[in-house]
Design a protein around this ligand. Structure first.
Ligand code: ATP
Ligand code: MG
Length: 728
């Protein structure tokens, strides 16, 4: 038996081995689409003898591409895997632009503007133009126009009067990016599209293109896919229209139909068996999605047993909800006797503001260092520069900063060049700067130049790490943290160490792979742009950081020491395609899901569907009865999301004896295909449970559970194999 086909069902094999050159695999969550796509990559290499560097494979998140690489390394070996062009659309496009961007006039060494940068630039434009448009709204609208390929000029031609204000901001924004030699996320895609249209020879080697999560591609990504595949027209996509959740970012479900129209030879394969979730979880998720009557009915069978019914918990307020989750996670871990580790739990949130996430994920301390590195890598990065001009403090006040930025703007040069000109006496600010401020600027410029020198000396992939350490030392960064954050300097410094660690991981990986990760193949007659390898390592590191925050950062809690021992906290959007044994979906109230600002209700329902179908064995939904921030109704009383079917909306707490406890745990072990824990371990765990686990608080109109044993399972369970039975 071909090991590539091992462990696949009939329909999956059919898809993997299909001789169709245009293939769509359409199937519900957990049916093995990604697994099938991965196997098809391996199959194409081994049976069609394609070279890995001639295969492009696009995933939706960086995490997903990492997972796919791991799976492929096992199937085809690391040597071949490392040569595949595999990554997110953004990272693949960046790669092409680094190598071939010069063909379309892109300047060397461009930087990437992340969403913080774009917001800062737009905020300035709005201020300058005295517009009343809200920053975030402008950011979203500009990005949408870009995603539809509308330039400021094109928009101006068709804009209505009230849009003209946005056109000006848009134009201003574009010239600010150009002035700093920055590309935003949309530009990475757009410019790569330009490149491939003008110079199709750059992808003339490509034999096959594969795309995961196709339902969430936007029109530009769809066009890129076609451009990648222009020569040989071999495309495999996998997707699920029910999981389309990026409409707000211009993803287009119609791309599926569009593709079928464009390629009349499209073969469609359907998968129907779910291998991920307990049947009870799948049933509940099905009930949610089936409320959308406009969607075609679809077959979906569970392969696992019924398992445990999803729990819906009501808590007094968001705080109590968070505490309950922590306790419930501890309880689950304890009562399953070592079966579940912290990394098996995920908390999936409807929304989390991007910037606060980045703040917490990397920590503010880390952001400061990253900004230094961005300036060293790319002195045109005026926003990064502005953020560090006076951090740590070097007596450069707000007024000085204002003078400098407006001076640079007037001179139409990057802030860096302006500052240098000022301290060298070649230019001056409108008001003369204080001596102390000038000294501060000198210190800064010296530091950046010394760092650039250091970078030049570093000829290999260790550059990011060398640079962070150099900068941290020259800034006396740890002392700065102690001075500024005496209370939690420890954890901030730990974040910095983590960043250093990440940087050296990149280094180790790249040295081993001799910089092969997603390197583009040489193509006859087309010259690639070569960069200094230390600089290249640094830009790649920074691009990874920037791209990682693109689809909202995944934040991890502080539990446990090893990285693998942490509870995952993520937005639902970023959890796409992933799975966890236990999933919590808090805040299932109106205004959160569906979100109060959401435009398309169906998309919000699909979002809940995506969240629920991430769960393998246990699913918890919860709602705070009051959410003061909501200000809805009296004292912020919440109402349950209308998406949940009535059958699920009762908290189920049942007195459970030892035999039921065993059944629950064994069912979980079976679903996860893990060995069953010993009874001893299971009951030992229970002894350590705190006695406060039961929140005695009971909402109005619900049964009083407090009389039941709080330390026993809150789940109903049945070990019966996959009955099509539902509890009511
Ligand atoms: P999503 O729509 O959420 O992205 P998916 O369709 O891509 O889901 P996968 O992530 O590929 O599904 O697979 C879900 C789980 O089912 C994985 O743990 C995978 O290993 C497992 N799986 C898939 N196919 C099989 C199979 N034939 N036998 C056993 N396990 C399978
Ligand atoms: Mg998938």
């Amino acid at each position: 038996m071909d090991p590539i086909l091992d462990g696949l069902n009939h329909a999956q094999r059919e898809a993997v081995t299909s001789s169709g050159s245009i293939l769509q695999v359409l199937a519900p969550p957990g049916s093995g689409k990604t697994k099938t796509l991965t196997a098809r990559v391996a199959y194409l290499l081994s049976h069609h003898k394609y070279q890995p560097q001639d295969v492009i494979c696009c995933t939706f998140t960086i995490k997903a591409s990492r997972e796919m690489r791991e799976r492929l390394a096992k199937l085809i070996g690391e040597k071949l895997e490392s040569r595949l062009i595999l990554g997110t659309f953004h990272s693949i496009c960046r790669r092409y632009l680094v190598k071939y961007g010069y063909l379309i006039g892109l300047r060397k060494g461009f930087g990437i503007a992340d969403s913080d940068d774009t917001r800062a630039i737009i905020r300035r434009s709005i201020k300058r133009l005295k517009s009343s448009i809200e920053v975030k709204a402008a950011q979203g609208r500009i990005s949408r126009h870009k995603a539809h390929g509308l330039s400021p000029d094109a928009l101006a031609d068709r804009a209505k009067a009230e849009e003209l204000e946005l056109v000006d901001i848009y134009r201003d924004y574009e010239s600010a990016l150009a002035a700093s030699n920055l590309l935003d996320y949309d530009d990475l895609l757009l410019r790569c599209g330009d490149l491939l249209r003008d110079h199709p020879e750059c992808v003339s080697n490509v034999q096959a293109v594969l795309v995961d999560e196709f339902q969430d591609t936007n029109i530009i990504q769809y066009e890129l896919m076609n451009l990648f595949a222009a020569k040989n027209r071999r495309i495999t996509i996998v997707g699920d229209p029910d999981q389309s959740i990026y409409g707000f970012r211009s993803a287009e479900i119609q791309n599926l139909k569009r593709m079928q129209r464009r390629y009349s030879n499209t073969t469609v394969v359907l998968l129907e068996d779910n291998y991920r979730s307990a049947a009870s979880i799948l049933n509940a998720a099905q009930e949610v999605i089936e409320q959308d009557t406009s969607r075609p009915a679809k077959a979906l069978q569970a392969t696992h047993s019924f398992g445990t019914l999803p729990v819906l918990r009501r808590l007094p307020n968001p705080n109590a909800e968070a505490q309950w989750m922590v306790l419930e996670i501890k309880r689950c871990a304890a009562m399953t006797g070592g079966l579940l580790r912290m990394s098996d739990f995920a908390v999936l949130l409807r929304s989390a503001s991007l910037s606060t996430q980045i703040e917490t994920a990397f920590g503010r301390a880390v952001k400061i260092l990253l900004n230094y590195m961005r300036v060293v890598s790319h002195t045109g990065h005026s926003d990064a520069l502005m953020n560090i001009v006076n951090v740590p403090p070097r007596r450069i006040g707000d007024e000085t900063i204002k003078q400098l930025t407006s001076g640079a703007e007037k001179a139409k040069i990057p802030l860096w060049n302006f500052i240098k000109d000022v301290i060298q006496g070649r230019r001056s600010t409108e008001k003369k700067l204080q001596k102390t401020a000038e000294q501060g600027l000198c210190t800064l410029v010296n530091l950046i130049e010394a760092s650039r020198q250091k970078l030049q000396e570093c000829e290999d992939a260790s550059a990011p790490r060398v640079l962070i350490e150099f900068i941290a030392e020259r800034l006396s960064f740890q002392e700065y943290l102690i001075r500024t954050y005496p209370l939690d300097e420890d954890s901030r410094w730990a974040n910095v160490r983590e960043l250093m660690h990440q940087a050296s991981e990149v280094a180790a990986f790249e040295e081993e792979e001799v910089d092969k990760e997603m390197d583009l193949p040489e193509i006859e007659g087309v010259q690639q742009q070569q960069a200094h390898s230390g600089e290249e390592a640094l830009t790649r590191f920074l691009a990874n950081v920037a791209l990682a925050t693109e689809i909202t950062t995944r934040e991890e809690s502080k539990e446990g020491d090893q990285p693998s021992e942490k509870v995952t906290i993520s937005t639902i959007h970023a959890a796409k395609g992933l799975e966890w044994p236990v999933v919590f979906v808090p805040a299932v109230y109106n205004g959160s899901i569906p979100h109060s600002r959401a435009e398309v209700v169906e998309e919000e329902r699909r979002l809940l569907y995506v969240a629920m179908t991430r769960a393998q064995a246990l699913l918890y939904l919860s709602i705070p009865i009051r959410q003061p921030r909501l200000g809805e109704g009296e004292d912020g009383a919440t109402t349950l999301t209308p998406f949940l079917p009535p059958k699920l909306t009762k908290t189920r707490f049942r007195p459970t004896g030892p035999s039921l406890h065993e059944k629950v745990v064994y069912a979980i072990a079976d679903i996860l295909r893990r060995p069953r824990p010993s009874l001893d371990d299971m009951y030992k765990g229970l002894e350590f449970l705190p006695s406060t686990l039961d929140d005695r608080w009971t909402p109005e109109g619900e049964e009083d559970h407090s009389k039941f044993d709080s330390t026993s399972t809150s789940h109903e369970a049945s070990g019966e194999p996959n009955p099509k039975r539902r509890r009511s």
